[in-house]
Design a protein around this ligand. Sequence first.
Ligand code: SF4
Ligand code: SF4
Length: 388
Amino acid sequence: MSLSKDEIKRAIYHCVKCKLCSIATFHPQEAWSPLCPSGTYFGFQAFYAPGRMEIFRELLEGEIEEPTEGLLNAVFACTLCGACYEKCRRVSKVELPLAEIFEEMRREIVRRGWMPDAHRGIAEKVKRTRNAYGEEEAFESENLKPTKGADVLYFIGCTARFRVPEIADAMLCIFDKLGVEYQVLDEEWCCCSVLMRAGWHDSDIVREHIRHNYDAICESGAKTVVFTCPGCLKTLKKDYAEFGADFSKEGIELLHATQFIQRLMRERGLDVKELPLKATYHDPCHLGRDLGIYEEPREVLSAAVEISEMRRVREEAWCCGSGGGVKSAFNDFAVWSAEERLKEAEETGADAIVSACPFCKRNLRDAAKHAGSKLQVLDVVEILNEAL
Ligand code: SF4
Ligand code: SF4
């Protein structure tokens, strides 16, 4: 979403600084739980949604002239999880698109050349290698058996290609087991989600990558693009359209893997065996709050395992802590957020915390290692692959 200065200022002045967006309530639970990872971890007002809005007001009204370390921390140590937005709109009945506002604030900051070094580093890697991790080698898997011109195209994403390849492998095996012909792009370039979340929308590199991926997908002949990464899906579905790269105009549908699998389950009644595993499901922010996809992953997962829910779920889910460029720039904060989520998952008595996003899996796995947690950290597609 691209917001005008008037829309941003109207939203900022609408915020009454009640700070109700910082707590998860209005559902039966014993205690008021925090909702904003950033404010809870750093503790200062500037790290909660109303404080960030005040910083943006000061920026727009010319009260901030220098990029101090404190300013950059407050602006960029936010996962853009959107929990504050969901809570605010329920209590205030006013739509203040907070995550978009904070992204616009970063855009304004980046225009002034004040970005964190970690994000500059990602931009350089993307430019040099066309992926966000600076990997020189192409993704390879023995399970990769693409068919040129197939109706389905699997957009793998940088994180599943280079950091959590078991998710890509599981998806490739699912296609195979279900007899679905698929193709992948010969040259899949980073979708640029992380750069856009970091405020780099106006850079040549973002425009170049959007154009490349859009043209390559349109020329592939695919009718459906499947994603295991909600960040890639959100970016191609919502952000690309703003740059004139609108897949709906080409009749191409974009689906998360759980939507694709749910459809096949309903149409064909897949043969899914029950696994002896108790799982709890972690809603990824891009999938849930950004795209409204809450039911599909639960339906797919519950076909194979028993689910026991955590206290904060769906719109009120606690973020894993890795989004919005936080994992690269503030890893300690990212891992702390995930450890908080693991504690909540452990309370349910589950054997595994299951998400539907490679970013979540990577960060939750790092946190489990750091905290010595016995919980397994898995993705829905890994469970389904096992159960097929
Ligand atoms: S709930 Fe809404 S109005 Fe209240 S402080 Fe948060 S953003 Fe502002
Ligand atoms: S987007 Fe998430 S981390 Fe950022 S201020 Fe809102 S609740 Fe906090």
